[in-house]
Design a protein around this ligand. Structure first.
Ligand code: GSH
Length: 282
């Protein structure tokens, strides 16, 4: 199984369960920095549901030197000028100037990655959970519930995870910048505790999957978001030295943690996440 973590290249994650003649037209193209657990929400769903996805991207720092577009590409140094028509001020997670085409911003009004496109390149799908939904809807693994009630309960988990994911993004970026305030640490602890308490209760009742007794995109979003947040451990020494207690504590939320481990043991999930969780990819 091919992990979705190749850098500076474009590759196609093929249908996991069907042989196909070359060439293929992937259902979606996703442009992003790599590795990125937000992208893996989609690649895991694609692997499980038999949806071809093309991944285009590079390491986070290198992505600032790319043209952000459906036909994204690395820019030559001579093209990376402040008077370029594509030059835009970075807004979140990137340091300085980014190069985004008008077409990119029409398809992606918030200008963020991961940025998914339909196969024509005209329709943008943004927000990793929405990209995940798009792939699940296109697949054949019932990952988005078997009826409207199940689908809505899955949405409930995805929505509940958004506050945690947003706080986690701010916190992890602050950790990278070694600039965590007491207030930020407290907000993160609160968001993490609220989210994990809910997952812990649900996982105790439904160990096979948070919704409908089977794996769904509620589980996929959970395992990817938590895997990303658990990178906090890389900053343990810094946190301790600066008087902050790490948010993730080994014994807390045991049912949620057991669910996380069960999900990681599934080959379609491990293909992307195993190295990342075990410290192999950064
Ligand atoms: N909630 C979004 C987060 C996307 C996001 O904030 N991406 C940032 C990088 S982490 C970005 O693309 N920033 C572009 C910019 O700074 O203009 C998701 O899950 O997709």
């Amino acid at each position: 199984m091919r992990p979705a973590g190749v850098y500076g290249v474009r590759f196609i994650q093929r249908k996991a369960r069907a042989e196909r003649a070359i060439p293929i037209v992937p259902k979606f193209r996703i442009f992003s920095y790599l590795p990125n657990p937000r992208v893996w929400k989609a690649t895991i769903a694609g692997r499980l549901g038999g949806v071809d996805i093309e991944i285009v991207g590079d390491r986070p720092k290198a992505l600032a030197e790319w043209l952000w577009d459906f036909d994204a590409r690395p820019l030559a140094e001579s093209e990376r000028r402040s008077d370029s028509p594509h030059a835009r001020a970075a807004r979140r997670g990137f340091g300085a100037t980014l190069y985004k085409t008008d077409a990119f911003l029409e398809a992606h009004p918030f200008g963020t990655v991961p940025a998914a496109f339909d196969s024509s390149g005209t329709v943008g799908i943004f927000e990793s959970n929405s990209i995940l939904r798009a792939v699940a809807r296109s697949g054949d693994a019932d990952l988005y519930g078997r009826d409207p009630v199940e689908a809505s309960r899955i949405d409930s988990f995805l929505d509940a995870g958004l506050v945690f994911a947003r706080e986690a993004q701010v916190y992890l970026l602050a950790l990278q910048a070694r600039d965590v305030s007491t207030e930020l640490s407290a907000r993160m602890r609160d968001a993490y505790g609220f989210y994990m308490a809910g997952i812990d209760a649900a996982a105790a009742q439904a160990p096979a999957g948070l919704v409908g007794g089977k794996l769904s995109i509620a589980d996929v979003a959970f395992v990817c978001d938590l895997a990303q947040f658990r990178r906090e451990h890389r900053f343990h020494d810094w946190l301790t030295e600066h008087g902050h207690e790490p948010i993730v504590q080994p014994g807390a939320y045991p049912n949620a943690l057991a669910h996380f481990r069960r999900l990681l043991a599934q080959p379609a999930i491990a293909a992307d996440l195993a190295d990342y969780v075990n410290g192999g990819t950064s």
